[in-house]
Design a protein. Structure first.
Length: 136
C-alpha cells in the first residue's frame, strides 16, 4: 500500500520502511572455506610523500607504481599517480611521472630517519625497475 505522508498540512512524498534481520544474513565465504579477520586499523597517522621521476616515454605508469609499492611492503600502504608531464625541458623521448606514496606505520610513529630510509628505498627501487631518475 502506498500513501503520501503529510507534514504541516502538505504532502511531502511517499513513505518507505523496511526491516533487516541480521541473524538471517549469510556469512561471507573465503576461497578456502575459512573466515579471515578484517585487518585492524592502525592507530598511527598515515604519512604521504610525493616523488616525481623522469623516465623514457615507453615506461608505463603501472610499472613505476608497482616498483614503488614493492619498496617496503610493510609500510607502503598505497601509491597513486597524480601527474604526467612531457615537455621540451625533459629531453626528447622523456616524460615525468609524479606519484604520492602513503606510508602507514602499524606499530609506532616513524622517525625522520626512518622516513628518509623508506624514501631512499622507494627511489632506488623505482630507478632500478624503470631506468628513470628522481626529478630535481
Amino acid at each position: 500500500m502506498h500513501r503520501a505522508v503529510q507534514a504541516g498540512g502538505r504532502d511531502v512524498g511517499p513513505a518507505v520502511a523496511f526491516e533487516v534481520f541480521l541473524e538471517t544474513l549469510p556469512e561471507p565465504k573465503a576461497k578456502d572455506g575459512s573466515l579471515r579477520p578484517a585487518p585492524l586499523l592502525s592507530p598511527f597517522q598515515p604519512l604521504r610523500r610525493d616523488f616525481a621521476f623522469v623516465v623514457e616515454e615507453s615506461v608505463t605508469a603501472e610499472k613505476l607504481l608497482r616498483a614503488a609499492k614493492g619498496a617496503d611492503k610493510t609500510l607502503v600502504a598505497d601509491v597513486e599517480l597524480f601527474d604526467l608531464y612531457a615537455g621540451e625541458n625533459l629531453g626528447p623521448g622523456k616524460k615525468s611521472l609524479a606519484i604520492t606514496v602513503t606510508l602507514q606505520p602499524t606499530d609506532k610513529t616513524l622517525t625522520d630517519e626512518e622516513i628518509a630510509a623508506v624514501s631512499q628505498k622507494i627511489v632506488a627501487k623505482v630507478e632500478k625497475a624503470t631506468g628513470g631518475e628522481l626529478r630535481a
